[in-house]
Structure formats: C-alpha cells, structure tokens
Design a protein around this ligand. Structure first.
Ligand SMILES: NC(=O)c1ccc[n+]([C@@H]2O[C@H](COP(=O)([O-])OP(=O)(O)OC[C@H]3O[C@@H](n4cnc5c(N)ncnc54)[C@H](OP(=O)(O)O)[C@@H]3O)[C@@H](O)[C@H]2O)c1
Length: 236
C-alpha cells in the first residue's frame, strides 16, 4: 500500500508518519513538511510542500504519481507569537490573524484535497482524512471562544462533507473524514494544557495509534463525517 502524510514534522503528523513508516503493509510512505525530513526507513519518501503554495502541492502530487491508499493531512495552526490568538472575545478579532487561521486550517487542507483526491483509486477502498478539531463542531459548541480557530475548523468540516458527496460518484469506496485527535501534547496545545484534568492530555504516539486503528475500520457509508479518535461521530 501507499500513504502520504502532509505535515509530517508536526507533533501528531510526525507520530502518524513514524507509525506508517514502521508498518510493513506500506511499501511507500510519502512524508511531507515545509522543511526537509530525513528518510528513516526504506519506505519513507520525504518531500517538501507549503499548503500556501499551490505549485508545491501540484509538484508533490506529480512526484507521488500513482494511487494512494491513505492520505493524512496533519497541518494546522491555533496560535503563533505576534498574533492575538486564540480570541476569547469578539472584541479581540483581528482580520489578519483571522485570515491566517483560515489559510492554515481551511484553505490549505482544501488545496491539498484539490491536488491529492485525484490520486485516490476509483474502484477500491482508500482514505483521505484531515485533522480537524472537536471545537469546530457547531453542534457541540458549549464554551464559545477561540473564534477564528473554531470557525476555520467548522468550515473545514463543511468542505470534508462536500468532498465526500462529490467523490461518492467517482470513488464509491473512498472514505473522506475529518478527525478530532483528542487533546494531544504538542506545541499547538502546550499553552492550554494547564488546568486540564489529569489524563486528559495524551501523547502524540497514543493519538496517532488510535487514529490509524479507527481509520482502518471506517467505511464508505461514514464518509463526510467528523469523528473522535475512539470512533464516535461528532455533530457538525
Ligand atoms: N494538539 C491537539 O491537542 C489538537 C487538538 C485538536 C486538533 N488538533 C489538530 O491537529 C492538527 C495537528 O496539530 P499538532 O498538535 O500536531 O500541531 P503542531 O505540532 O503545531 O503541527 C502543525 C503542523 O502544521 C504544519 N503547517 C502549518 N502551516 C503549514 C503550511 N502552510 N504548510 C505546510 N505545513 C504547515 C506545521 O509545519 P512546520 O513544522 O513547518 O511549522 C506543523 O508541522 C492541527 O490541524 C490541529 O488543529 C490538535
């Protein structure tokens, strides 16, 4: 089998890539990041891309070439130094910060889909999954806050639902899914871990193992949904 991981330098993306590279079922694992990664196993195929640069996505798809059984998109952004993020109030909204989160969490994964969905096989099972977040569920929103991040992930969840409908005709066995990885110990969640109940924060290795286990069981009938790593379907 052949897989590709976009965002293989991130906390969760690196763990997903490592576990796929160690899996003998995968002959090739394309591991994509903004700066080059080493090939640590014979199956590893490093490549560079930036989801803001569509030409780099076209080049990645051309390099990968043939069909992919699994595409994982593990890119995303919640905060970075210099931006007033994540917002606790509408008073903190800043158009440039908002645009950056939309670019990283919605437009980037959508552009990856544009260039990688054509590599899914048409007559056998394949999976295209993006890391979204439970906070992007409108139906599950009880706490509010984190306006731009929530809105960007909600838009991503809508695109996943749309892509699933579109691909049902051309790739009836394909599964397209948005995933909530849990609260995972990575640079993205680090500033927000204080005060969380013990045991709520999991390692990226545990999250990746749960996600891969769950994705192996997901069926085409479930395509388009937002799922937690334990397989629970979350409301949009
Ligand atoms: N950690 C959690 O608790 C948690 C919870 C819910 C959802 N998620 C979601 O899970 C995903 C992965 O999060 P993480 O915790 O692993 O975060 P992370 O460690 O910060 O990794 C995010 C990755 O995204 C990459 N990235 C950002 N913008 C990019 C761009 N324009 N082009 C290419 N790559 C780009 C970064 O690349 P560089 O390495 O080059 O900066 C980084 O490797 C995100 O979508 C996040 O929203 C995480």
């Amino acid at each position: 089998m052949r897989a590709a991981v976009f965002g293989a330098r991130g906390g969760i993306g690196a763990a997903l890539a490592a576990q796929l590279c160690a899996d003998p079922a995968y002959a090739e694992v394309w591991i994509g990041s903004r700066s080059p990664l080493p090939a640590t196993t014979p199956s590893a195929r490093p490549f560079t891309f930036d989801s803001d640069d569509e030409a780099s996505l076209a080049a990645a798809a051309a390099a990968i070439g043939g069909e992919l059984d699994l595409v994982l998109v593990a890119t995303g952004l919640l905060h970075r130094e210099g931006l007033p993020l994540p917002e606790k109030s509408y008073r903190a909204l800043d158009p440039a910060a908002m645009a950056e989160l939309y670019r990283a969490n919605t437009i980037g994964p959508a552009m990856i889909a544009k260039h990688l969905l054509p590599l899914l096989p048409r007559s056998r099972r394949a999976v295209f999954a993006v890391l979204s977040a439970r906070v992007g569920s409108i139906g599950d929103n009880r706490l509010g806050g984190w306006h731009s991040y929530r809105a960007a992930k909600a838009a991503l969840n809508m695109l996943v639902a749309n892509f699933a409908i579109e691909c049902r005709r051309s790739n009836p066995l394909a599964v397209i899914a948005a995933l909530h990885p849990g609260t995972v110990d990575t640079p993205l969640s680090a500033p927000f871990q204080r005060g969380l109940p013990a045991g709520q924060v999991q390692s990226s290795q545990a999250s990746a193992a749960a996600l891969l286990g769950f994705l192996a069981r997901l069926s085409a009938e479930q395509s388009g949904g937002l799922f937690a790593a334990d397989g629970t379907r979350l409301p949009w």
